[in-house]
Design a protein around this ligand. Structure first.
Ligand SMILES: *Cc1c(COP(=O)(O)O)cnc(C)c1O
Length: 380
């Protein structure tokens, strides 16, 4: 007998209550019953995003909402800033360039957060306020870094540019305050902190952003935000929504608001802190020690050990699924989440798996040292 444990930074495990709800018989979406549910969900999402702005729902993975924000805000030849500190920050540049947008990319070392002053400098150089948008990542899932979105937002808010934040793994784990901080477009997906399967993407849109959207001339059809906004007036979507996922979403949003958004974030912070203490106690090095995200912890694999072999061993031997490094970090780091439907014992399990896995493949570790460090911070 072997059990499976999903500790990847997306997709994350789904609570049984949501799984049950999603298995119920389908009902039609052009009905009062559906619209009532979707109205309730949209309100709940706004509370989670901490915004009064419209929150639009798309049937796609998170990247769909990333592409949506590019094609709705911009026109070909527009100048933008993207922050590339990992795989997902890099994606902003890739999407923009495909559409003929002129990208000024701020590259930060993977494992470090961006210095907000760098964004400020480029915005200042952009004479005649020609920069239209700034694209950043809240929690850079590929490196385990959280960026200082609050400071970046303060800078961008003083310019005509809009700030677009990929909070696909960050929302519900790291603090983000859409309206208080002046984030114009905040994006998330369903399969990370929201605890339901992949397939839904969300974007909140500020008035400043709508001002750009009416002028945008990039091509769009499925991801047309103005169409989505019009449908939202009657709590509807332009095209068939993923109704079963929406039902699951209702369940998890109720769970999140029962716990309270601040408490949810505090829980993630606690688990992240315990995980980092454990990793250090195991004699391992954190990949992002200076600005760690609450969603995911990235760990350098010790010299002489191949990260991908360790990951395969954890899965084959213990049924534990964690993630590896992407691009040049392949084999060099492992990443595990403490994101969404997690409690203290999920944290202990993944750490315990890593200790045992390391021991199996010959790393000199005294079993239990990481667990002890974590328990000290999780007890009580
Ligand atoms: C998972 C993730 C994405 C990609 O989302 P998909 O749902 O795979 O399209 C983008 N950005 C971040 C920060 C993520 O964690």
């Amino acid at each position: 007998m072997k059990k499976s444990y999903l500790f990847t930074p997306g997709p994350t495990s789904v609570p049984p209550e949501a799984l049950k709800e999603m298995s119920r018989p389908i009902f039609h979406h052009r009905t009062t019953r559906y619209r009532k549910m979707f109205e309730n969900i949209t309100d709940s999402l706004k509370k989670l995003f901490r915004t009064e702005n419209d929150v639009l729902t798309f049937t796609s993975s998170g990247s769909g909402a990333m592409e949506a924000s590019v094609v709705n805000l911009l026109s070909s030849g527009d100048k933008v800033i993207t922050v590339n500190g990992g795989k997902f920050g890099e994606r902003w540049g890739n999407i923009c360039r495909i559409y003929g947008v002129d990208v000024i990319e701020i590259k930060t070392e993977w494992g470090a957060s961006v210095n907000p002053c760098q964004v400020e400098e480029i915005l200042k150089q952009g004479c005649n306020n020609e920069i239209q948008a700034v694209f950043v990542t809240l929690s850079e899932t590929s490196t385990g870094v959280v960026n200082d979105v609050k400071s970046i937002a303060e800078i961008v808010a003083k310019t005509p540019a809009v700030l677009v934040v990929d909070a696909i793994s960050g929302l519900g784990a790291d603090d983000i305050r859409t309206d208080d901080w002046h984030v114009d477009v905040l994006i998330t997906g369903s399969q990370k902190g929201l605890m339901i399967p992949p397939g839904l993407a969300f974007a909140s849109v500020s008035e400043k952003a709508w001002g750009k959207i009416v002028k945008s001339s990039l091509p769009k059809f499925y991801f047309d935000m103005e169409k989505a906004r019009k449908s939202l007036i009657s709590f509807d979507t332009p095209y068939t929504p993923a109704t079963s996922l929406i039902r699951g979403l209702k369940v998890v949003l109720d769970m999140i608001h029962d716990e309270g958004v601040d408490n949810v974030i505090a829980r993630h912070a606690k688990y992240a802190k315990a995980s980092r203490a454990a990793v250090k106690a195991m004699g391992l090095e954190l990949f992002a020690p200076d600005s760690p995200s609450n969603a995911v912890t990235a760990v350098k694999v010790p010299e002489g050990i191949d990260g991908d072999s360790l990951i395969k061993h954890l899965l084959d031997e213990y049924g534990i699924q964690v993630a590896g490094g992407q691009a040049h970090l392949k084999g060099k780091i492992i990443r595990f989440a403490h994101l969404g439907y997690y409690d203290r014992f999920d944290v202990i399990m993944v750490l315990s798996g890593i200790e045992m896995g390391l021991k199996d493949i010959g790393y000199d570790i005294s079993l239990g040292c990481g667990i002890k460090a974590a328990e000290e911070l999780l007890v009580g």
